[in-house]
Design a protein around this ligand. Structure first.
Ligand code: THU
Length: 135
């Protein structure tokens, strides 16, 4: 069911810029109207300036005016290898996803189109802090 989105994440992973960690990640956001936006991790010699793949994809979607999403697929693994494990989004990326995705957003962590796990963002980020908390 998620083959196309996972393939998009794997393809985006090919552009990962990860000369320091050598851990390459790709992500693909599926919007409510069926568009797909992708991103990869972009590292920096000043490590804290690194941007994760998920946030790169999120910022692409939002920059194109797409704020309603169905799902995000993530694939990560060491340079030169296919993903050997599921790449779960880091805490910062879960928080950024929650800004637009909400608890029903489907989060897919994939090794391949045939080998993946599926969650809701609410499962991965329960009791989240959001815009409603500061109204
Ligand atoms: N990374 C991501 O792209 N997404 C995550 O959710 C976790 C970590 C990247 C950041 C860094 O370039 C590399 O993986 C190692 O931490």
């Amino acid at each position: 069911m998620w083959e196309e989105l996972i393939l998009a994440a794997l393809k985006a992973r090919e552009n990962a810029y990860a000369p320091y960690s050598h851990y390459q990640v790709g992500a693909a956001v599926l919007t409510a109207d069926g568009a797909v936006f992708t991103g990869c991790n972009v590292e920096n010699a000043s490590y804290g300036a690194t941007c994760c793949a998920e946030r790169t994809a999120v910022f692409q979607a939002v920059s194109a005016g797409k704020r309603k999403w169905k799902a995000v697929a993530i694939a990560g693994g060491m340079e030169g290898e296919d993903p050997s494990d599921y790449a779960y989004p880091c805490g910062i990326c879960r928080q950024v996803l929650s800004e637009f995705g909400g608890p029903d957003l489907t989060v897919i962590v994939a090794k391949s189109p045939d080998d993946y796990r599926e969650y809701s963002l609410g499962e991965l980020l329960p009791s989240s802090f959001g815009g409603d908390s500061i109204k």
